[in-house]
Design a protein around this ligand. Structure first.
Ligand code: HEM
Length: 404
């Protein structure tokens, strides 16, 4: 089983939207983030937004919120389109395209440029490698003998060291520069909490948030784009409709923030890809006190796993659940089902801070890619690999076809 808490800790698996609402929203204060899966991750991420609870989390969330306002995200659209153009320029017609690798490279460059104001092209390999090493550490059962754990722990520590090297460069280059920016990195460096006067973040806190945003901000969106492109490559009719939309809205020019709301089908393709393959396919919590969820009594200390993957494939909420149908996300369809039947970004106070950013980023990237290419995928559909995120099999390749 993918998710195994420590021996003797009861595990509750949740997938009904009513129960999801209880755990993530209505009774959110009864469920804390500390749990088995995050322990391995926290060894590398430290005390970042994803892994902390309580006052530390509240303070950091308040500080970083302004980096994700509608206006802040709109100001990133040009850079998102620009970076996608770099990716497009490397695609060769008819030559097998390693889409997973290309999307990791793209989303990392976008996070680097828009949130940290730095060119990460050189570090893409290091961060990508570190991420896959972390996945290895998470896959290792806690009960494994020390002799088995030791080499994995060593590799994880090395991955953390390499990430720290990237972070040091990012911070040093910003401190050395003379231009003022208003991005996430600047918010971290200037942080003054309005409620706490002039408390600045320590270098350790800055490091932990930067590693968190580097990792949380690219891997998930990379998987979303990879799955979306693959689903489209296997569904020529949907692909044709998307290409039509892209041509009508953009008429051959680059995407701007004003275009995003008109790319309705492209936006729905992104949502449907995350329904079928939610990058964060489980969300976990630990009961801080005894709680009642539906008819179940959850003892204090139990772990609760919300298995988003199953919720998203439940035929009660998504008829014909295995079919790729972006029209499920037309507003009238969305109104027909419970809100928490679709939770790729979680819900409640701990919902993803980057959700609007990611949705816009994936929409802009898809539209920009389809201006120049369509893609084919033959043979059986790729298998999903459940690790920290849900990625497709490593050997996935698409065949690009240049648009005339
Ligand atoms: C398709 C892309 C993404 C998906 C599917 C996704 C998914 C999620 C989910 C499910 C959570 C909640 C975890 C929980 O409740 O335990 C989360 C939290 C978070 N995500 Fe995302 N995410 C995505 C993109 C991003 C981006 C682009 C960023 C940053 C730029 C980001 C940063 C974070 C952070 C910092 C948290 C922790 C928030 C908190 O606890 O306050 N994510 N994400």
């Amino acid at each position: 089983m993918y998710y195994a808490p420590a021996r003797g800790v009861p595990l509750y698996v949740i997938k009904h939207p009513d129960h999801i609402r209880e755990v993530l929203i209505t009774q959110a204060d009864a469920f804390e983030k500390t749990h088995t899966a995050l322990e391995s991750l926290a060894r590398v991420l430290g005390q970042g937004l994803l892994t902390t609870d309580g006052e530390v989390w509240r303070r950091h969330r308040r500080l970083l919120g302004p980096a994700f306002t509608k206006k802040a995200i709109e100001s990133c659209v040009g850079a998102m389109a620009d970076e996608t153009r770099v990716t497009v320029s490397k695609i060769k017609e008819g030559r097998a395209w390693d889409v997973g690798h290309a999307m990791t490279d793209l989303t990392l460059r976008i996070v680097g440029r828009t949130l940290l104001g730095i060119d990460l092209a050189k570090e893409v390999e290091i961060v990508g490698r570190s991420m896959s090493r972390l996945q290895l550490s998470l896959a290792m059962p806690r009960a494994a003998p020390a002799a088995l754990r030791w080499p994995v722990d060593r590799v994880t520590a090395r991955a953390a060291e390499q990430l720290d090297g990237v972070i040091e460069r990012v911070v040093a280059s910003r401190r050395a520069g003379s231009t003022r920016r208003s991005d996430l990195l600047q918010m971290l460096l200037d942080a003054v909490d309005p409620e706490e006067g002039s408390v600045q973040l320590s270098p350790r806190e800055i490091r932990d948030e930067l590693v968190t945003f580097l990792l949380a901000g690219h891997e998930t969106t990379s998987n979303t784009l990879t799955w979306a492109l693959t689903l489209l490559a296997r569904a020529p009719e949907v692909e044709r409709a998307l290409v039509r939309e892209v041509d009508e809205v953009l008429g051959g020019r680059e995407v701007t923030s004003a275009d995003v709301e008109h790319l309705a089908l492209t936006d729905r393709v992104v949502r449907e890809a995350m329904r079928l393959y939610p990058p964060a396919f489980v969300v976990a919590r630990r009961a801080a006190r005894e709680a009642t969820i539906g008819e179940f009594s959850i003892p204090r200390g139990s772990e609760v796993v919300i298995w988003i993957y199953f919720t998203h494939r439940d035929p009660r909420f998504f008829p014909d659940p295995l079919a790729f149908k972006p029209e499920r996300f037309a507003p009238e369809e969305e109104e027909r089902r419970p809100k928490q039947a679709y939770v790729p970004f979680g819900a409640g106070p701990r919902a993803c801070i980057g959700r609007a950013f990611a949705q816009v980023e994936a929409t802009v990237a898809l539209a920009s890619l389809y201006q120049r290419f369509t893609f084919r995928h033959e043979g059986p559909p790729p298998k999903a690999r459940p690790r920290i995120t849900l990625s497709p099999s490593r050997d996935l390749r698409l065949t690009p076809v240049a648009r005339r």
